[in-house]
Design a protein. Structure first.
Length: 155
């Protein structure tokens, strides 16, 4: 049974969605907390999947799409890349990204905002070690950690 606040948010989202304006739908979606954004099944898939597809926007406004290792922690995705990589340069210029799990038969597609961190949180370092047996602190090729915060689930 959802909490009263969650129920009110669901009613508001339905009303705004019926109005037909994307802006209102986006506002209504923002009423939901991140814990309500993903189903338990989708959250489990985000924790277990080895790869995720990351779409960034190039300076000429064309998309750049790449599969990449990631970890899921506190309702955010974290990836490692080189500071001079296309991904990092694109994110530095435009933080709007999309994420998608690899399974096209059961998609999870998310619009998000990304930011390059100066240091990886200790829990994220541990999660990369557990998931991939990869110590990201000892890999000079991948010298940037990017934190990706979901804004909206598309599929």
């Amino acid at each position: 049974m959802p909490s009263p606040a969650a129920a009110r948010a669901a009613v508001a989202a339905a009303r705004w969605a019926r109005s037909g304006t994307e802006k209102r739908t986006a506002i209504a979606c923002a009423l939901f907390s991140f814990s309500e954004m993903f189903s338990a099944q989708d959250r489990a898939r985000l924790l277990q999947a080895n790869n995720i597809w990351l779409a960034t926007v190039r300076p000429n406004q064309t998309p750049h799409l790449a599969p990449i290792w990631f970890v899921w922690h506190d309702e955010k995705a974290y990836i490692c890349t080189g500071r001079r990589s296309v991904k990092a340069r694109n994110i530095a210029a435009n933080p709007h990204v999309s994420l998608a799990l690899e399974d096209g038969n059961d998609p999870v597609v998310v619009q998000a905002k990304a930011k390059i961190l100066n240091r990886a949180p200790s829990q994220v370092i541990e999660l990369f070690q557990q998931k991939y047996q990869w110590d990201i602190t000892n890999d000079s090729t991948y010298d940037a950690v990017i934190e990706i915060t979901p804004q909206r689930v598309v599929l």
